[in-house]
Write a protein that binds this ligand. Structure first.
Ligand SMILES: [Zn+2]
Length: 308
Protein backbone atom coordinates (compact mmCIF):
# COMPACT_ATOMS: atom_id res chain seq x y z
CA UNK A 1 0.00 0.00 0.00
CA UNK A 2 2.85 2.37 0.89
CA UNK A 3 4.43 1.73 -2.46
CA UNK A 4 1.20 2.63 -4.29
CA UNK A 5 0.93 5.81 -2.24
CA UNK A 6 4.53 6.72 -3.14
CA UNK A 7 3.93 6.15 -6.83
CA UNK A 8 0.72 8.23 -6.72
CA UNK A 9 2.52 11.04 -4.93
CA UNK A 10 5.30 10.94 -7.51
CA UNK A 11 2.80 11.10 -10.40
CA UNK A 12 0.97 13.99 -8.72
CA UNK A 13 4.21 15.89 -8.30
CA UNK A 14 5.19 15.38 -11.95
CA UNK A 15 1.76 16.62 -13.12
CA UNK A 16 2.14 19.73 -10.96
CA UNK A 17 5.61 20.41 -12.37
CA UNK A 18 4.34 20.01 -15.93
CA UNK A 19 1.41 22.35 -15.26
CA UNK A 20 3.76 24.98 -13.78
CA UNK A 21 6.06 24.68 -16.78
CA UNK A 22 3.20 25.09 -19.27
CA UNK A 23 1.74 27.99 -17.28
CA UNK A 24 5.10 29.78 -17.27
CA UNK A 25 5.44 29.66 -21.06
CA UNK A 26 1.80 30.53 -21.59
CA UNK A 27 2.32 33.65 -19.47
CA UNK A 28 5.35 34.65 -21.52
CA UNK A 29 3.39 34.01 -24.71
CA UNK A 30 0.48 36.13 -23.53
CA UNK A 31 2.77 38.97 -22.51
CA UNK A 32 4.44 38.95 -25.94
CA UNK A 33 1.07 38.81 -27.67
CA UNK A 34 -0.24 41.72 -25.61
CA UNK A 35 2.81 43.80 -26.40
CA UNK A 36 2.53 43.02 -30.10
CA UNK A 37 -1.19 43.86 -30.04
CA UNK A 38 -0.60 47.25 -28.29
CA UNK A 39 2.09 48.16 -30.79
CA UNK A 40 -0.17 47.12 -33.64
CA UNK A 41 -3.08 49.24 -32.36
CA UNK A 42 -0.82 52.27 -31.92
CA UNK A 43 0.50 51.79 -35.44
CA UNK A 44 -3.06 51.48 -36.73
CA UNK A 45 -4.10 54.72 -35.00
CA UNK A 46 -1.05 56.52 -36.34
CA UNK A 47 -1.70 55.42 -39.90
CA UNK A 48 -5.42 56.26 -39.73
CA UNK A 49 -4.68 59.73 -38.32
CA UNK A 50 -2.29 60.25 -41.20
CA UNK A 51 -5.17 59.31 -43.50
CA UNK A 52 -3.48 56.08 -44.60
CA UNK A 53 -6.36 53.60 -44.41
CA UNK A 54 -4.59 50.62 -45.94
CA UNK A 55 -3.66 49.05 -42.58
CA UNK A 56 -7.20 49.55 -41.28
CA UNK A 57 -8.65 47.82 -44.36
CA UNK A 58 -6.20 44.90 -44.04
CA UNK A 59 -7.10 44.59 -40.38
CA UNK A 60 -10.84 44.50 -41.10
CA UNK A 61 -10.28 41.92 -43.85
CA UNK A 62 -8.15 39.84 -41.47
CA UNK A 63 -10.85 39.97 -38.78
CA UNK A 64 -13.57 38.91 -41.27
CA UNK A 65 -11.42 36.04 -42.57
CA UNK A 66 -10.72 34.96 -38.99
CA UNK A 67 -14.44 34.97 -38.10
CA UNK A 68 -15.29 33.04 -41.29
CA UNK A 69 -12.59 30.51 -40.44
CA UNK A 70 -14.01 30.01 -36.94
CA UNK A 71 -17.57 29.60 -38.29
CA UNK A 72 -16.39 27.09 -40.90
CA UNK A 73 -14.48 25.13 -38.27
CA UNK A 74 -17.58 25.04 -36.05
CA UNK A 75 -19.74 23.81 -38.95
CA UNK A 76 -17.27 21.09 -39.86
CA UNK A 77 -17.16 19.95 -36.25
CA UNK A 78 -20.93 19.80 -35.80
CA UNK A 79 -21.36 18.04 -39.17
CA UNK A 80 -18.91 15.34 -38.10
CA UNK A 81 -20.88 14.86 -34.91
CA UNK A 82 -24.16 14.54 -36.83
CA UNK A 83 -22.62 11.95 -39.12
CA UNK A 84 -21.53 9.98 -36.13
CA UNK A 85 -25.07 10.09 -34.74
CA UNK A 86 -26.44 9.00 -38.11
CA UNK A 87 -24.04 6.10 -38.17
CA UNK A 88 -25.17 5.02 -34.72
CA UNK A 89 -28.81 5.05 -35.85
CA UNK A 90 -27.95 2.95 -38.89
CA UNK A 91 -26.12 0.47 -36.71
CA UNK A 92 -29.18 0.14 -34.47
CA UNK A 93 -31.45 -0.44 -37.48
CA UNK A 94 -29.13 -3.09 -38.90
CA UNK A 95 -29.07 -4.79 -35.52
CA UNK A 96 -32.88 -4.79 -35.41
CA UNK A 97 -33.00 -6.41 -38.84
CA UNK A 98 -30.54 -9.11 -37.83
CA UNK A 99 -32.71 -9.81 -34.76
CA UNK A 100 -35.72 -10.93 -36.84
CA UNK A 101 -38.88 -9.93 -34.92
CA UNK A 102 -40.61 -13.14 -36.07
CA UNK A 103 -37.79 -15.26 -34.63
CA UNK A 104 -37.83 -13.16 -31.49
CA UNK A 105 -41.61 -13.61 -31.11
CA UNK A 106 -41.30 -17.36 -31.68
CA UNK A 107 -38.57 -17.66 -29.04
CA UNK A 108 -40.76 -15.77 -26.59
CA UNK A 109 -43.67 -18.10 -27.35
CA UNK A 110 -41.48 -21.17 -26.76
CA UNK A 111 -40.23 -19.75 -23.46
CA UNK A 112 -43.80 -19.03 -22.37
CA UNK A 113 -44.95 -22.53 -23.37
CA UNK A 114 -42.09 -24.10 -21.42
CA UNK A 115 -43.00 -22.15 -18.29
CA UNK A 116 -46.65 -23.19 -18.64
CA UNK A 117 -45.59 -26.81 -19.09
CA UNK A 118 -43.43 -26.70 -15.97
CA UNK A 119 -46.33 -25.25 -13.95
CA UNK A 120 -49.07 -27.55 -15.27
CA UNK A 121 -47.31 -30.74 -16.31
CA UNK A 122 -49.81 -33.11 -14.63
CA UNK A 123 -52.83 -31.50 -16.31
CA UNK A 124 -51.15 -31.49 -19.73
CA UNK A 125 -50.91 -35.28 -20.05
CA UNK A 126 -50.97 -36.17 -23.76
CA UNK A 127 -53.15 -39.08 -24.80
CA UNK A 128 -53.67 -39.73 -28.51
CA UNK A 129 -53.14 -42.29 -31.26
CA UNK A 130 -49.41 -42.48 -30.64
CA UNK A 131 -49.45 -41.73 -26.89
CA UNK A 132 -51.44 -44.36 -24.95
CA UNK A 133 -52.34 -43.57 -21.39
CA UNK A 134 -49.81 -44.80 -18.83
CA UNK A 135 -50.54 -48.23 -17.42
CA UNK A 136 -51.81 -47.59 -13.91
CA UNK A 137 -52.66 -43.92 -14.51
CA UNK A 138 -54.80 -42.75 -11.60
CA UNK A 139 -56.42 -39.54 -10.37
CA UNK A 140 -58.71 -38.28 -7.64
CA UNK A 141 -62.24 -38.84 -8.89
CA UNK A 142 -65.24 -36.57 -8.43
CA UNK A 143 -68.74 -37.78 -9.25
CA UNK A 144 -71.06 -35.16 -10.73
CA UNK A 145 -74.83 -35.04 -9.95
CA UNK A 146 -75.51 -36.59 -13.35
CA UNK A 147 -73.39 -39.60 -12.35
CA UNK A 148 -70.47 -38.86 -14.66
CA UNK A 149 -67.01 -38.97 -13.11
CA UNK A 150 -64.34 -36.30 -13.64
CA UNK A 151 -60.86 -35.51 -12.31
CA UNK A 152 -61.43 -33.61 -9.05
CA UNK A 153 -58.89 -30.95 -10.11
CA UNK A 154 -61.24 -29.80 -12.87
CA UNK A 155 -64.37 -29.68 -10.71
CA UNK A 156 -64.40 -26.02 -9.59
CA UNK A 157 -63.65 -24.67 -13.07
CA UNK A 158 -66.25 -26.98 -14.63
CA UNK A 159 -68.96 -25.80 -12.24
CA UNK A 160 -68.05 -22.14 -12.89
CA UNK A 161 -68.11 -22.71 -16.65
CA UNK A 162 -71.51 -24.44 -16.60
CA UNK A 163 -72.97 -21.73 -14.37
CA UNK A 164 -71.72 -19.03 -16.73
CA UNK A 165 -73.13 -21.04 -19.65
CA UNK A 166 -76.54 -21.10 -17.92
CA UNK A 167 -76.30 -17.39 -17.10
CA UNK A 168 -75.80 -16.73 -20.81
CA UNK A 169 -79.16 -18.39 -21.44
CA UNK A 170 -77.98 -21.84 -22.49
CA UNK A 171 -78.94 -25.28 -21.20
CA UNK A 172 -76.59 -28.24 -21.41
CA UNK A 173 -76.35 -31.99 -21.10
CA UNK A 174 -73.22 -33.70 -19.88
CA UNK A 175 -72.94 -36.69 -22.18
CA UNK A 176 -69.71 -38.33 -21.07
CA UNK A 177 -66.94 -37.84 -18.54
CA UNK A 178 -64.43 -40.44 -17.37
CA UNK A 179 -64.44 -43.81 -19.12
CA UNK A 180 -62.43 -46.74 -17.89
CA UNK A 181 -60.80 -49.14 -20.35
CA UNK A 182 -63.78 -51.52 -20.32
CA UNK A 183 -66.24 -48.74 -21.10
CA UNK A 184 -63.96 -47.39 -23.83
CA UNK A 185 -63.67 -50.88 -25.37
CA UNK A 186 -67.47 -51.20 -25.26
CA UNK A 187 -67.93 -47.77 -26.92
CA UNK A 188 -65.45 -48.68 -29.61
CA UNK A 189 -67.03 -52.07 -30.28
CA UNK A 190 -70.51 -50.49 -30.39
CA UNK A 191 -69.35 -47.93 -32.95
CA UNK A 192 -67.73 -50.60 -35.14
CA UNK A 193 -70.90 -52.70 -35.00
CA UNK A 194 -73.04 -49.67 -35.93
CA UNK A 195 -70.84 -48.80 -38.92
CA UNK A 196 -70.87 -52.44 -40.11
CA UNK A 197 -74.67 -52.63 -39.97
CA UNK A 198 -75.36 -49.10 -41.24
CA UNK A 199 -72.76 -48.83 -43.98
CA UNK A 200 -72.08 -52.46 -44.79
CA UNK A 201 -68.30 -52.07 -44.34
CA UNK A 202 -66.03 -54.97 -43.41
CA UNK A 203 -65.11 -55.29 -39.72
CA UNK A 204 -61.60 -54.06 -40.50
CA UNK A 205 -62.74 -51.00 -42.50
CA UNK A 206 -65.40 -50.23 -39.91
CA UNK A 207 -62.77 -50.34 -37.14
CA UNK A 208 -60.57 -47.92 -39.09
CA UNK A 209 -63.50 -45.56 -39.55
CA UNK A 210 -64.60 -45.89 -35.92
CA UNK A 211 -61.08 -44.90 -34.81
CA UNK A 212 -61.67 -41.46 -36.32
CA UNK A 213 -64.37 -40.69 -33.76
CA UNK A 214 -63.93 -43.19 -30.92
CA UNK A 215 -60.50 -43.93 -29.60
CA UNK A 216 -59.34 -47.48 -28.95
CA UNK A 217 -59.00 -48.45 -25.27
CA UNK A 218 -55.84 -46.99 -23.78
CA UNK A 219 -55.80 -44.17 -26.32
CA UNK A 220 -58.78 -42.10 -25.21
CA UNK A 221 -58.56 -38.86 -23.28
CA UNK A 222 -61.72 -39.84 -21.47
CA UNK A 223 -59.60 -42.35 -19.53
CA UNK A 224 -57.75 -39.46 -17.89
CA UNK A 225 -60.91 -37.97 -16.33
CA UNK A 226 -59.84 -34.60 -17.82
CA UNK A 227 -62.10 -34.84 -20.89
CA UNK A 228 -65.81 -34.17 -20.91
CA UNK A 229 -68.44 -34.20 -23.67
CA UNK A 230 -71.03 -31.48 -23.24
CA UNK A 231 -73.95 -30.90 -25.59
CA UNK A 232 -77.11 -28.83 -25.85
CA UNK A 233 -79.96 -29.92 -23.57
CA UNK A 234 -81.15 -33.41 -24.51
CA UNK A 235 -78.85 -33.66 -27.54
CA UNK A 236 -76.98 -36.86 -26.77
CA UNK A 237 -76.14 -37.73 -30.35
CA UNK A 238 -72.76 -36.23 -30.95
CA UNK A 239 -71.97 -34.96 -34.44
CA UNK A 240 -70.49 -31.95 -36.18
CA UNK A 241 -73.84 -30.16 -36.49
CA UNK A 242 -73.58 -29.41 -32.77
CA UNK A 243 -71.15 -26.63 -33.68
CA UNK A 244 -74.15 -24.41 -34.41
CA UNK A 245 -75.96 -25.37 -31.19
CA UNK A 246 -76.00 -22.22 -29.00
CA UNK A 247 -74.84 -24.08 -25.89
CA UNK A 248 -71.96 -25.82 -27.66
CA UNK A 249 -71.06 -22.62 -29.52
CA UNK A 250 -70.95 -20.69 -26.23
CA UNK A 251 -68.75 -23.36 -24.64
CA UNK A 252 -66.41 -23.42 -27.67
CA UNK A 253 -65.95 -19.66 -27.42
CA UNK A 254 -65.53 -19.42 -23.66
CA UNK A 255 -64.15 -22.73 -22.34
CA UNK A 256 -60.54 -21.48 -22.30
CA UNK A 257 -61.51 -18.98 -19.61
CA UNK A 258 -62.29 -21.96 -17.38
CA UNK A 259 -59.25 -24.06 -18.25
CA UNK A 260 -60.76 -26.12 -21.08
CA UNK A 261 -59.73 -26.42 -24.72
CA UNK A 262 -61.73 -27.63 -27.71
CA UNK A 263 -59.50 -30.65 -28.03
CA UNK A 264 -60.34 -31.56 -31.64
CA UNK A 265 -60.99 -28.25 -33.45
CA UNK A 266 -62.09 -27.95 -37.05
CA UNK A 267 -59.27 -27.71 -39.55
CA UNK A 268 -56.82 -29.55 -37.28
CA UNK A 269 -57.76 -33.14 -38.03
CA UNK A 270 -54.37 -33.79 -39.66
CA UNK A 271 -52.71 -32.72 -36.38
CA UNK A 272 -54.98 -34.39 -33.82
CA UNK A 273 -55.96 -37.40 -35.90
CA UNK A 274 -59.58 -36.87 -34.82
CA UNK A 275 -62.37 -35.18 -36.79
CA UNK A 276 -63.91 -31.94 -35.51
CA UNK A 277 -65.61 -32.53 -32.15
CA UNK A 278 -67.15 -29.26 -30.94
CA UNK A 279 -68.56 -31.05 -27.86
CA UNK A 280 -65.33 -32.59 -26.53
CA UNK A 281 -63.62 -30.40 -23.93
CA UNK A 282 -60.30 -31.16 -22.33
CA UNK A 283 -59.19 -29.65 -19.03
CA UNK A 284 -55.59 -28.32 -18.99
CA UNK A 285 -55.94 -25.45 -16.49
CA UNK A 286 -56.68 -21.79 -17.23
CA UNK A 287 -53.09 -20.76 -17.93
CA UNK A 288 -52.46 -23.44 -20.58
CA UNK A 289 -55.97 -23.24 -22.07
CA UNK A 290 -55.76 -19.48 -22.55
CA UNK A 291 -52.31 -19.81 -24.09
CA UNK A 292 -53.40 -22.50 -26.55
CA UNK A 293 -56.60 -20.63 -27.42
CA UNK A 294 -54.80 -17.32 -28.01
CA UNK A 295 -52.15 -18.97 -30.18
CA UNK A 296 -54.51 -21.35 -31.98
CA UNK A 297 -52.65 -24.44 -30.79
CA UNK A 298 -53.87 -27.99 -30.25
CA UNK A 299 -52.32 -30.02 -27.45
CA UNK A 300 -50.16 -31.80 -30.05
CA UNK A 301 -48.92 -28.43 -31.38
CA UNK A 302 -48.22 -27.25 -27.84
CA UNK A 303 -45.92 -30.25 -27.38
CA UNK A 304 -44.28 -29.58 -30.75
CA UNK A 305 -43.62 -26.01 -29.62
CA UNK A 306 -41.71 -27.12 -26.55
CA UNK A 307 -39.90 -29.76 -28.57
CA UNK A 308 -41.45 -32.85 -27.03
ZN1 LIG B 1 -65.19 -36.88 -25.92
Amino acid sequence: MDKVKEVLQFIGLKIMEAAQFIWKYLKIGFKKLRRWFKRYVRKLIRHTKAKDYSLLIYTIIAIIVFILFIVLLGKLFSHGKKNKEKKTTTEVTTEAITEDPAVEAHNQLVAQANTIYQNNQALLVLVNDSHPIDEGYSFEQYTLNCGEIIDARSHTDLVNMLEACNDAGNEYTIVSGYRDKTKQQQDFDDTVARIVSEEGLSEEDAAAKAALSVQKPGYSEHETGLAIDISGLGKTELNESLASDPTVAWLDNNCHLYGYIVRYPSGKTDVTGITYEPWHFRYVGVEAATFMHDNNLTLEEFYQLIGM
